[in-house]
Design a protein. Sequence first.
Length: 118
Amino acid sequence: VIHSARANATHNHGLDLDRLLVAEAFVGKGFYRKRVSYHAKGKCGVKERPECRLTVIVREMTAEEEAEIARLRVHNFRKLTKRERRLVPHKLIETTSIWNRKGKGKGKVNSPESSMAA
């Protein structure tokens, strides 16, 4: 739902993807789907399957909020131990092969090494 809200905000409203922030998220009442429940001796009943509606509202960060988040990131990074400081941020990690249920590494992701070999 959050990915859909991000995509709608960037495509439909022209907001910056990197500056989006979740403003509100709440749950509302959805439909009650009715299904037939079969019983013994030729009888039947009605099962109700309640659903919910999840609403997510996103907005762009202001300059003050962005500066505060950057300050907190620097502050928290300084608190890390030496071992944790050596870890690479997630965006810099090269993607590995795609996992599927039949086994790891069956699918291939284009990487710089594979494109040079071809």
